[in-house]
Write a protein that binds this ligand. Sequence first.
Ligand code: NAD
Length: 297
Amino acid sequence: MKEKLGFIGLGNMGLPMSINLLRADYEVYGYDTNAQAMEQFVAAGGIGLESAKEIAKQCDVIMTSLPTPQIVELVYQSEQGILHHAKKGSLLIDFSTVNPELNDSLHTEAKALGLRYLGAPVSGGVIGAVNATLTIMVGGDTDDYKIAERIFGIVGKNIYHLGTSSSVGTRIKLLNNLMIGFYTEAVAETIVLGEKMGIHADTLYEVLSNSYGQSRIYERNFLEYMKNDNYEPGFSTNLLLKDLKLAKEMADEAGVSLRIGEKLVDLYSEISQQGYGENDMSAAYLSLKETCKIEQL
Ligand code: NAD
């Protein structure tokens, strides 16, 4: 008999991931505080429950894809949370991007309660969640990883078990997102300057795609968002800002000065304050145009 799966956080990432599990013929129970997300999940064949506590009580594997470490803490550690209500032996998998210390403390608490826990942040964006091509960076006990492997194979493509520390995947994920912060601003600055000099963004993209300026983020931000003048996230500026702050904390702790990375925290804070926080991160382009008082195309 297949396990009962629970999924908490049915947002841009969690909804398509849970739909892929439904398509693989799993019984999936879901919960989200947003009624619209719940409707979409139920319309796709999922079974909606009314709280994280209910998911914890009923499911054998409980997955989460939540926006911030604070919300992850609430959903796992509060009195109504997963840790207090999950059945002994249940496997908890957190796909959210959080601070490494949180992975470690949840792992310790889960073990003490007879539960299993894996920190498993993902990369690959909404497209990767929809097409099940996510990269999954997993930290945690090998036995627990083996139980989860089948599920990871359904929602992702490049799966790495990086060690028995539950935070090792998160550390790598935050390094990835530090680079995303650089690239996203680089794409914005390059295109705005090019356009200001009369170079069409399509021409620039074609030439730079065959040059060392090419990057996955250039491809993503330009083709999926900027070219279509569509800034619905995707990956929001505020989520990128959260990850850059976490990367900075990680660097401070390691005693490494992030010469540009530190400035990125201020930069994306400003972009967010300009009103682009809930837009896709590629709106750094709109923000720069606004700052330079350049008319939108
Ligand atoms: P999102 O904001 O689209 O989705 C989060 C969902 O969690 C929302 O539907 C929200 O209603 C729900 N939620 C909030 N509080 C809740 C609670 N207390 N109980 C239940 N549900 C609650 O965010 P997302 O883009 O899907 O990202 C989720 C996580 O994945 C984040 O940690 C993010 O950093 C990470 N991530 C996102 C992307 C991306 O491209 N969007 C890529 C990789 C990793």
